[in-house]
Design a protein around this ligand. Sequence first.
Ligand code: PEP
Ligand code: MG
Length: 885
Amino acid sequence: MSTPTRYVYEFAEGSRDMAVLLGGKGAGLAEMTRLGLPVPPGFTVTAEACRTYLATGREPPELGMQVARALANLERAMGRDLGRADDPLLVSVRSGARFSMPGMMETILDIGLNDDSVAGLAKASGQERFAWDSYRRLLQMFGHTVMGVDTGLFEQVMGAHKAALSATDDHALDAEELGRVVEEFKAVIRSETGDDFPQDPLEQLYRAVRAVFGSWNSERARVYRRREHIPDDLGTAVNIQAMVFGNLGPDSGTGVAFTRDPATGERGMYGDYLPDAQGEDVVSGVRNAVPLAELENLDPRAYGQLGDHLRTLEAHYRDLCDVEFTVERGRLWILQTRVGKRTAEAAFRIAHELGEAGTITPDEALARVDGTELTRLMFPRFATRTSDVPLAHGVPASPGAAVGVVVFDSDAAVRRAAEGQQTVLVRRETTPEDLPGMIAAEAVLTSRGGKTSHAAVVARGMGKVCVCGADALVIDSAARQFTTPAGAVVREGDTLSVDGTAGTVYLGTVPLTASEVSGTLETGMATGPLTQAVLSLLDHADSVRRLEVRANADTPEDAVRARRLGAQGLGLCRTEHMFLGDRRALVEAMILARDDTAREAALAALLPLQREDFTGILAAMDGLPVTIRLLDPPLHEFLPDRTDLAVRIASTAHPEPHDRELLTAVERMHEQNPMLGLRGVRLGLAVPGLVAMQVRAVAEAVARRLRDGGRPRAEIMIPLVGTVEELRLVRAEAERVLVEVATETRTTLDCPIGTMIELPRAALTAGRIAEVADFFSFGTNDLTQTTWGLSRDDAEASFFPLYLEKGVFAASPFETLDQEGVGRLVELAVEAGRAVNSRLQLGVCGEHGGDPESIHFFHRAGLDYVSCSPFRIPAARLEAGRAAL
Ligand code: PEP
Ligand code: MG
């Protein structure tokens, strides 16, 4: 007989390596138990049991026995039985998935209380009020979470009792009053569900476990997973743990502590503490906590022990850790730990400083940061002037700067975002129900809660700007306004500027200034601990990466900036911008030319302008490769819009003959599918003299740079090639011009000629094409468009949101490379190309060249470089380094 599957592990039996089975929280509790930290005992029901429950609607048959056995051990360890009338053991039942999903699933505390054991708890604790308060909390949590009763109904009951006593605080209700509240809560449950609150402690326990299983599929948990790319089929583990109480009086309390500041990364323990309170009060931000440092005055012993435990944990996990803890009558308990979430700023500082201290290796430090975070740090901040007076101050909970119009609920944020408006979501405090609004808004502002409140934790995770605990604001969501102590009234639709770094809020739009990190990346000079960390980690990335990083840039100014940011050349210079602006007239002349002479004249006029452009760019990138792509877009893009032109002609009594001529040309060139029409290499073959003019401009620019003592390294790239024949023809033309210019200028011109691979046919026949190409550059924008048959200009606006929501796409294939399809074509072309020419140079210049996930793919596929927009270069360097680890 095979051994039955184990669905239950006591904390002492698990370890941090078992997070897949025990979830993050369960694995952390197990690890702390092994380390000898003061963890209230308990056990974990595995995520596997949850998956069975979700798939079949019932828990695995072995689960009951296994829970009973673990519970018996727990009761023995505690010397008390669950719900025993004279001195009850109470337990908490908490979710704990593999990946942290703060506040997204359910927790039920005080399981084991009933009409009998409430008196036992009162006697054992010596506190009658506390016992009745715990019982009413259980009824409320159980009633809502397990039995589906609207929490508002419980709040109404509490409100009525407080109103009767003219009180605003729950503490005004004494034991007797709470006893009446309990009776009314039970009546609410009965009338809402037709069932009584279960008095049997075991029934309470099992039903709570099932409710936590079920909360995996709650709407808010699903929304969160989609946002964080957490798979839907993992399920959650459930932790059952002996209750300890932080609400037993002034020598008790509860808090959250970090081994370092999770917002800035600064060293030293950090957190919030709430005296005489139950665990959930801190996280929900319902009451404002005091800084953790206060605990040193309140209870120096507990504070000292907490410091020791935090040091143990950080040394053990070799990373920033956070803990939830409770002090029960002077005794410290640790209820949870995990490697803590942090801002991008903190991620860089902590990784660097742990590396410097030798706690982790340079490679590990690099693995702990990513390109998305680095890009976030390059965003601008507010340029506040001394005359800007903040409207409010709060806790700087998630850094950055954002401007938007005020909204007071999640729906309004979602609605306005869909209309393209930027919003600031203003709430007294947020709950997981506000998640869609937090995703839609640019910033979140609350009047209650500290750095560990729901708003703060969730906003940080998303990289949203957040100021919380701005307690001077009086928020009236129903009236859709808030007031400041100075008497200002801010209404829905007014504009706010929120500074999540400083914790300040301004009325109106405050201008933005460049970030410290951006400045440092351009100058290479550190200005503080953060910029020092960024430079050091980038240095390490540069030393380990194999992929080179080039830039997509079309002007000397952009090329200079790209080079400062670390570009090792230009991977794509799109020459079409050189056909715009005041040069349009020349382009029109070229298109409208009736004969060769007229066309040649127009091309001859464009030649010196192009030569100037190329000379400037080659100078900016002196010594580094510059890949110049010949003209790609369809010519009608350089002509006026057909409808505009027709209207202009129709509305004038004497239309310009030039306009008529233009209209004829526009109509002649009109295509239903211009992206699949006369563009790229097809244009080069169809318009006599175009390729020759562009190649001559490049060649003459190179010759001039050589004459001036430069080291120009131009490469000529032919776009949209589908067959080797196209490339052969254009290459012959280009080589002829190169020889001509070399002879004229008496220079040696060494100018590689290559092609873009941006059509499936090119990828599939890459072996043939490689016979005529010195390099391939994957144009993954067009390759994605043509492989999927998706218009890159239209698709994102129409059905993409639907596809993302339905999970057809995990991410837009135009942002993150579709490795299975488009990536397969890249791999085929790499293999076939290199088989023909082992020295074939391979790069990518589509948008994916700057996307972190795609960069890892290009590394694996064996490319030589990625090329991306200048501002993405630092992130690309970092990710190329991480890919090589
Ligand atoms: C591409 O198609 O990936 C590419 C870089 O070219 P463009 O975006 O100019 O079409
Ligand atoms: Mg393209």
